[in-house]
Structure formats: C-alpha cells, structure tokens
Design a binder for this molecule. Structure first.
Ligand code: ATP
Length: 411
C-alpha cells in the first residue's frame, strides 16, 4: 500500500492543531496563544525547518515531509494547551482542488463506511456546509468502494473552510490538554526520586507553570542513585516545558546535625522543615512564586494534617500539593501515563531513609518543634546546604551543556 503522503507534491507535512480551554480565555487569549505557539515551535525545533501559524481559531503547523509522523505525534502530544491535532491536507477555495486534496488524504485507505463533516469558519463562499458534504461525499463514493454512514462511520473526513484555504483531515490525535507552559508563573518542585513528586510537578506544568526542581541527596553518606533518578526524572519532565533548572542540594550533613541534636520522633518533620527552608531560598533566587510537593494526606507519618502545617510554617511562599487528595493507586496510574513510573521505582536510598526513627511523631505541634530546633544553628545549616548546591540545566531538545553537567555528576 502506498502511504497517503507520497502522492502529494508538497514537501511539507501540514498539521492542524485545535486548542481547548484556551479558546475560553476572552481578552487574554492572545497571551495564551502566543505561549502555545512558542512551545509548539520549541517542541518541533530539532526536526527541521517548519512553521507555526494562527488561522481562524486553530493553529497550522508545517514540518519537513521526511520527519516520520510517529515522531511528530510524540512531540505534539507533550505540548500542554493542545486539545487535539491532525495531519491535514490543504487546498485553495476551489471545489475541484478540494476534491483532489480529499483524494490525497484518502489515498491508500480502505474503509467500509464514511461521513463528511464540513465546517465553515469563513462564510464568504457560495457553497454551504451541506453542499460541500454532498459534493465531496459523491466524490468519495466514486473513488472508493464504500458507503455513507452518518451515525457510525468507520472514517470521518473533516473539511474546514478557513479564510485563506480549506483543510482536510481524517484522524484526530488527542493532545495533552491543560494550559501552555509559561502562562501560569514559575514554581519550584521538591523532586525526590520517588513516584509522587514527578506527578505533582507534571500536574502543575499542565496548568501552565514552569516548574524548576530541587533534589536533596545524602552523598557521600549514601550513593548517587537518587541523584541519577532525579536527573532522569527532570529530563523527562523537561520534554513538556523545554527548560528546567535542577538544584542538587547536599543534605546529609544537615541530617547528621538534626540527628545529633533532636529527639528521634521529630527527625522527619525537621528534615522536611529544613528542606522547605532551603527550597524557599532557592525559589527566591529562581523567581519562583510557590513550592510544589508530592504530599498526599495520610500517606506517611509526615503527611498528617498537623505535621503538614508544622512543616509549611517555615516557608515564606505558598506550598502547593496537587496530589493531596489522591490515592496512591491513582498517583501510580498517572506516573505510568506520563512515563515517570519506570524510573521512580528503580531502587535507591532517599536521603530521608537515613537515620529514620522507628516511630516518627504523627502529631507534632509548632511550639514543640520550634523548641527542638533551638538546639540547631539554622542559618549555618542553610548556608552549608546552599553553598554545596549544584545547578544543572536541562533543555529539550537536549544540549551539549546538559550532557557535560551529567558527566560531572557521574564523576
Ligand atoms: N530527597 C528529596 N528531595 C526533594 N524533595 C523531597 C525529597 N524527599 C521528599 N521530598 C518532597 O517531600 C514530599 C514528601 O516526601 P515523602 O518521602 O514523605 O513522601 P513520598 O510519598 O514517598 O513522596 P515521593 O514519592 O515524591 O518521594 C515528596 O513528594 C517531595 O516533594
């Protein structure tokens, strides 16, 4: 069977992108559209010369014909703000040309039944939607052994008449939904090597935020496994936002001081409070407006309501917890769907497994915890961690700078 696109003389692939929630944005819509167009350009930037153009409530993309459709599909499915997209064929406002474009779109396909769905975003033409459907329906019946089925067709031929041309497409691929990254502000996500925090970061990216990430590790007390996982996870997340800063914070020394000065049941809450203090300072440097964690109510001892409020009391920024009401099974399902599951379940020793007490306190109070912290020199601990922080930049498509920072970590 000859692939459909071989018959066209046009050396470019055309793609029509429909956006969902963005269309409801009223007078702010241009800002959201601009961000979506910029993100689509970035997503396709390494695939050769192409273009992204806005036309009448949809976006039209071109890419070199040599790029396999599967590769384009994979890239476009990662762009937030896209409701669906389709490979399309274009024709001028001329019915004979439209018929030819329909033939090109259907070339090599066999289907038992079909329907034409015509829409006009441009009404200054003599033919209406019904007439277009009738003429093109007859054309398809003449060229294919098939029948019309308006209710349950095997194939839907979409025809959209827009001001400068007519678009024809037959298959829609669902997009990622959400809002374009860059429209919701900047956040700093606390990224462990585990299952929950990458999902939390993803959910905020889907709402249009740029999420930089911070990972706390206990090297050289523990090996580098958690750092490698955090780096792989940051790289996976970068496919959706194109640029991520990953801060690697040495935390082992801080933990040792906590262990030596504070009653064992309080350790985990104190670890978290110091993580948030450090993250808060890094967020200020990054211009981030809030922190994000993968906490979910009741999942472990540090995630009871009383402990969560004692922990967040140290942050000057809002602490967002997009997974707070989700079950572990739901989070795991999401991790699978976004491609982080396989990395998250790789064995590692998270820094918080170091010196974990047998019976962590599940109901701490702020006065008790603040009294316990009196035994610690908090500014000195923060300085120690911040001075040792390593900054890694992840870009998508990947750059040599990323490869070199990764090599440095391996050393
Ligand atoms: N080593 C770490 N580096 C960065 N953030 C961390 C680290 N450990 C924990 N966190 C943050 O604290 C949250 C709660 O961690 P905790 O270990 O209590 O729960 P968890 O359910 O195992 O989370 P996760 O699956 O994300 O590791 C994490 O979701 C993450 O946002």
């Amino acid at each position: 069977m000859v692939p459909a696109d071989r018959t066209t003389q046009d050396p470019r692939r055309h793609i029509v992108v429909h956006y969902g929630e963005l269309g409801l944005k009223g007078r702010n819509r241009p800002v959201f559209l601009h961000a979506l167009m910029r993100n689509l350009e970035r997503a396709l930037s390494s695939l050769g010369e192409g273009s992204v153009e806005q036309q009448s409530g949809r976006l039209l993309l071109t890419a070199p014909e040599s790029v396999p459709w599967g590769e384009l599909e994979e890239r476009l499915q990662q762009v937030f703000g896209v409701a669906n997209f389709s490979r399309c064929w274009t024709a001028p406002h001329d019915l004979e040309a439209v018929k030819q474009a329909v033939s090109r779109a259907l070339h090599g396909r066999s289907f038992a039944s079909f329907r034409i769905t015509a829409r006009r975003a441009f009404k200054e033409l003599p033919w209406g939607s019904q007439e277009i459907s009738r003429i093109l329906g007859t054309h398809v019946l003449e060229s294919h052994a098939t029948k019309v089925d308006l209710k349950n067709p095997e194939l839907v031929v979409h025809v959209e008449v827009i001001p400068r041309q007519t678009l024809i497409y037959v298959e829609k691929t669902a997009g990622a939904g959400g809002l374009p990254v860059g429209t919701g502000g900047t956040l700093l996500g606390l990224l462990s090597g585990g299952l929950d925090s990458p999902v939390a970061a993803y959910r905020m990216m889907k709402r249009g935020c740029q999420v930089h990430v911070v990972h706390f590790h206990s090297y050289p007390f523990l090996d580098r496994a958690s750092q490698r996982k955090a780096q792989t996870l940051a790289r996976l997340l970068t496919q959706h936002q194109y640029h991520t800063k990953l801060c690697m914070v040495p935390f082992g020394e801080v933990q040792q001081r906590i262990v030596s000065a504070v009653p064992a049941p309080y350790r985990v809450v104190l670890y978290r409070r110091y993580m948030l203090r450090i993250a808060d300072a890094l967020a200020q440097q990054l211009g981030a407006q809030a922190l994000v964690t993968g906490e979910s109510l009741g999942q472990v001892a540090s995630q009871t309501l009383s402990n969560l409020s004692v922990i967040e009391a140290v942050s000057t920024l809002p602490v967002l917890r997009p997974l707070i009401g989700m079950d572990k099974a739901e989070i795991m399902e999401q991790a699978e769907a976004i491609g982080t599951y396989a990395t998250s379940i790789l064995p590692d020793q998270d820094c918080c497994t170091l010196f974990v007490p047998r019976r962590p306190a599940t109901r701490t109070t702020l006065p008790d915890i603040e009294a316990a912290e009196q035994a610690l020199d908090t500014p000195a601990l923060l300085q120690l961690a911040l001075e040792g922080t390593q900054w890694i930049t992840c870009d998508f498509p990947e750059t040599p700078a990323y490869a070199s920072s990764e090599a440095a970590l391996e050393a």
